[in-house]
Design a protein around this ligand. Structure first.
Ligand SMILES: CCCCCCCCCC(=O)SCCNC(=O)CCNC(=O)[C@H](O)C(C)(C)COP(=O)(O)OP(=O)(O)OC[C@H]1O[C@@H](n2cnc3c(N)ncnc32)[C@H](O)[C@@H]1OP(=O)(O)O
Length: 203
């Protein structure tokens, strides 16, 4: 499996197992972040986690799986569809991003791991969510591109524990410049707005 770098290249049963393990690991991260167990229990847990880490490290590939050219081309060929980004990476927020024409949208509910101000989402996580959804729209509708600038306006705090809608709209391409706007909404209210300029690259 170590030569496979794209989500579309792996067998469906393996993808399901890896996605499920990644989700269980995110739940572990939350349990660690919130745990009030005594030091003995924490030390036992550390030993068990370390043993699992060793087992999985023995078969590590150089990069985490990501959507590849074939996954993007299939979606690009259709007028509408969805793509799941980073489902097997427990260190990332997994998103199912729906793309229709020049717009994209994803829904995600934030938990305590991503808390910034009390009860609210960390601003860096908001920026990261926007970069992911805007960036995916650009890759699907444009060409390979990287974020040149990302300007984020935090209008109101983003609540934890409720569904958030992250959306993006592609502007008019100007040479290598691809402008994209986006927002994060909760309960129908706009919490964060973003303006980005992606720059087309060879790969
Ligand atoms: C499904 C796939 C999932 C993907 C989703 C996730 C997407 C996440 C996206 C990211 O987070 S990417 C990571 C963060 N970004 C970077 O690491 C980019 C690092 N910077 C670079 O690689 C280069 O600086 C860059 C490619 C942006 C520009 O270098 P170049 O030497 O290729 O371009 P050049 O300087 O010739 O500029 C080309 C055009 O872009 C403009 N430009 C360049 N950098 C810019 C910038 N930073 N902001 C605004 N405009 C910029 C520049 O003015 C110029 O405009 P004109 O053609 O009109 O003259």
């Amino acid at each position: 499996m170590t030569d496979r770098t794209h989500l579309g290249d792996v067998p469906p049963d393996w993808l399901a197992a890896s996605t499920s393990l990644a989700q269980a690991t995110r739940e572990l991260v939350e349990a660690v972040a919130l745990s009030d167990a005594d030091a003995t229990v924490l030390d036992e847990a550390r030993s068990e986690v370390a043993a699992l880490t060793e087992r999985l490290r023995a078969t590590a590939r150089p990069h985490a799986l990501r959507p590849g050219p074939a996954d993007l081309a299939a979606l690009r060929a259709a007028d509408a569809g969805s793509i799941v980004v980073r489902p097997t990476n427990p260190g990332a927020v997994p998103l199912e991003i729906s793309v229709r024409a020049d717009t994209a949208e994803a829904t995600w509910t934030a938990g305590p791991v991503h808390e910034g101000p009390p009860g609210s989402l960390h601003g860096g996580t908001s920026a990261s969510l926007l970069d992911s959804v805007l960036g995916t729209l650009v890759q699907v509708r444009g060409t390979p591109a990287v974020t040149g600038t990302l300007t984020v306006r935090y209008r109101r705090r983003v609540p934890l524990g409720v569904p958030l809608t992250v959306s993006a709209a592609l502007g008019e391409r100007d040479g290598r410049r691809l402008p994209v706007t986006g927002r994060i909404e909760a309960g129908g209210e706009v919490c964060v707005e973003a303006e980005a300029l992606f720059v087309a690259v060879e790969r």
